[in-house]
Ligand binder design. Structure first.
Ligand SMILES: C[S@@+](CC[C@H](N)C(=O)[O-])C[C@H]1O[C@@H](n2cnc3c(N)ncnc32)[C@H](O)[C@@H]1O
Length: 350
């Protein structure tokens, strides 16, 4: 479905996906689907569920409603009606109702409303999955962790190949690449929504967390940036994620630095827009970047992630692939340039 995938499975599958998915934002458990045409129908559909079976009255609660093509005028009112239905069901069963907590609720209920059908979900993730629990310091314009992991995966990088991010900022791409190479579970340092549900199986969860993969090989991962503050943040983030020994950082300008190996994968996310680089600055930067790649990165596959759709023209290299991606609401591309003997070829993807 747009923006998501659906699957079915046991709780073990649910726990594993939460623990191991590097690219998902949330794993939602669909508990009810129903037709509707009014707020009252939403109330009735939500009231029909045996909520005290799913979680105890001591848990705090939050309801989120998202809609596409819904005839309802106020999603706020729809949210309120669903929350009322859940609380009324508790009150009828136990004489008490759970409290609402907006910032960090124990239990999140999501409703998705289409034109005439709705669905209710319990959120098994809790905090979104891009929050891995390692980000110690915000550098400027960091990528979300799940987007960064997705970009690394789309490059087709194998941990046996060298990887370089020469505009590494706070090192999101480098942390995610190192975690992939070292088979680190992205969710190992955080808690999850499913731990707050009555179905929670603590022994199963502990067993899944204790599973160890075979000792993975040592990757060769490199990062650089011109900004010493960004490098400081990068060092802290790499250390917090426990992967600093796999990543070599240095202060360098991408236009001048040498390749750290004769072949490899370069991946980067240049500044874009008002926050970091003006459009004029970037228009003069891209041709120089193209020259630097031609001169010093023959033999490398280079990937540039940007919202600046002028890039392929201005860099004066022919991309061999362009993958559309969304960074929040911003439409972006991941451009692939295969650098061969000083010029790119239009090759097929790995
Ligand atoms: C958008 S940020 C990268 C964010 C990073 N991908 C992350 O998620 O943390 C762009 C970075 O490029 C760096 N930069 C700008 N011009 C550079 C240059 N000529 N050489 C190397 N780094 C540069 C900036 O200091 C900034 O840290």
């Amino acid at each position: 479905m747009p923006g998501g995938v659906a699957f079915s499975g046991s709780w073990e599958t649910c726990y594993r996906v939460n623990l191991w998915s590097r690219i998902a934002s949330r794993v939602l458990w669909r508990i009810h689907e129903f037709p509707y045409a009014s707020e009252q129908h939403l109330y009735d559909a939500a009231k029909a569920l045996d909520w005290p079976r799913y979680f105890t009255v001591e848990r705090t609660l939050r309801v989120n409603v998202a809609a596409a093509g819904s005839p309802l005028r106020s999603l706020e009112f729809a949210t309120l009606r669903i929350k009322d239905a859940v609380c009324d069901r508790f009150r009828e069963a136990l004489g008490r109702r759970p409290d609402v907590e907006r910032a960090s609720p124990d239990v999140r209920i999501h409703a998705y409303l289409e034109k005439d059908r709705g669905a209710l979900y319990l959120d098994t993730s809790g905090e979104p999955l891009f929050k891995r629990g390692w980000r110690a310091q915000q550098a400027e314009a960091p990528l979300r962790e799940n987007l960064a992991a997705g970009i690394v995966m789309l490059t087709g990088w194998q941990p046996s190949e060298p990887l370089l991010d020469p505009m590494c900022g706070g090192a999101t791409l480098l942390v995610e690449a190192a975690a992939i190479a070292r088979a680190r579970a992205p969710g190992a340092k955080r808690s999850f929504g499913f731990e707050k549900l009555s179905s929670f199986d603590a022994r199963l969860w502990q067993r899944l967390k204790d599973e160890r993969a075979a000792e993975p090989p040592n990757p060769q991962i490199f990062g650089s940036d011109t900004d010493p503050e960004a490098l400081k943040a990068a060092r802290r983030n790499l250390a917090a994620a426990g992967v600093e020994r796999w990543v070599k950082l240095e202060q360098a300008d991408v236009l001048e630095r040498a390749a750290p190996a004769s072949t490899g994968v370069m991946v980067m996310n240049p500044p874009y827009g008002e926050r970091m680089g003006s459009l004029e600055d970037l228009a003069s930067f891209y041709p120089k970047l193209g020259d630097a790649l031609k001169k010093r990165f023959a033999g490398w596959r280079c990937y540039i992630f940007t919202a600046d759709l002028r890039l392929p023209k201005l860099i004066r290299l022919a991309p061999s692939a362009r993958t559309p991606l969304w960074n929040g609401a911003l439409e972006c591309r991941l451009y692939e340039f295969r650098m061969v003997a000083g010029r790119p070829t239009r090759g097929s993807r790995p």
